[in-house]
Design a protein around this ligand. Structure first.
Ligand code: HEM
Length: 263
């Protein structure tokens, strides 16, 4: 019988033969870089609570990577996330939910980990479409709302558009944070960091506390965006943009986008 390229003569696919390594990489990618990025992302966005200028400064720091930014985004965020999501969906497709028959804590958390993984996937796809400039061609459909030169006002406008948007972000942020905090606990088991029942109990408190802290960052960011006075923020951001251009030695007078935004 003919053997496909991805199979050994014994019939095991590439994924079955390398399942140990793939699962370890899947586990690692969930914590670093994806989990680490999630924490920094929520914390950065929460700085909007201080002021639109504080948030704008953070965004300028990130964008100072210039042409390297897309490379960093793809290498450390999008590709690991796609890998984690593809393996995660494969894990989910083989799961047998039995929480109705055995409704105890670990079993419920096991099911919630998978449910929040799926919610995170849908939310992140929508969020990237909603905010990221790579979808600028679909602006008419509500995409690519975030403008790095008008960080707080553009994110504020996007978040203040409707209650539906705010609810979507609330559910998405809560799901991502739960998934990370509970994932941190299962990560410790995957890598043998806490194996005894007592160690797992202690770790559960630490991961729970970590989850509450990250949730505070996330909900502060969300609340902060809904509170931005976008008109006032735009004036501050325009001034900061002009200062940026002056520092870069560019001719502000020729920059019609700044004039358009100010007037
Ligand atoms: C915010 C983005 C995400 C973060 C921070 C994240 C993080 C993590 C972490 C740290 C783990 C624990 C790994 C381990 O137990 O060794 C994990 C597990 C898991 N993730 Fe994600 N993940 C994210 C998105 C997703 C997405 C989009 C999916 C796709 C559905 C997904 C599906 C899963 C599944 C099914 C598990 C459980 C695996 C198991 O226990 O066997 N995750 N995730």
């Amino acid at each position: 019988m003919e053997t496909r390229a991805s199979e050994t003569p014994s019939g095991d696919s590439f994924f079955v033969r390398n399942s140990f390594l793939i699962y370890r990489l899947f586990s690692l990618s969930g914590l670093l870089p994806i989990g680490g990025y999630l924490v920094i992302h929520l914390l950065t966005n929460a700085t909007v609570l201080d002021s639109p200028a504080t948030f704008q400064k953070q965004v300028y720091t990130i964008h100072s990577l210039g042409m390297l930014l897309p490379v960093v985004e793809w290498m450390f965020i999008f590709l690991p996330l796609i890998f984690h999501a593809v393996v995660g969906m494969t894990v989910i497709s083989t799961m047998h939910a039995n929480t109705a028959a055995y409704p105890h804590g670990p079993n419920i958390r096991y099911t919630l980990q998978r449910a929040t993984g799926m919610i995170a996937m849908v939310f992140i796809l929508w969020h990237v479409f909603h905010m990221h400039k790579m979808f600028a061609a679909f602006e008419g459909l509500g995409a690519a709302q975030f403008d790095p030169h008008h960080a707080a006002s553009s994110a504020g406008d996007a978040l203040q558009a409707s209650l539906f948007v705010q609810l979507g972000y609330f559910i998405g942020v809560v799901a991502c944070v739960y998934h990370l905090a509970n994932g941190l606990w299962t990560f410790g088991i995957t890598w043998g960091l806490w194996l005894s029942a007592a160690a797992q109990k202690r770790a559960a408190y630490i991961c729970g506390g970590f989850g509450v802290l990250v949730l505070v960052f996330g909900l502060s960011a969300l609340f902060g965006m809904t509170q931005v006075d976008t008109e006032k923020a735009r004036v501050i951001e325009d001034r900061m943009h002009q200062e940026q251009l002056r520092l870069q030695g560019e001719d502000v007078a020729n920059d019609t986008s700044v004039d358009d935004a100010v007037h």
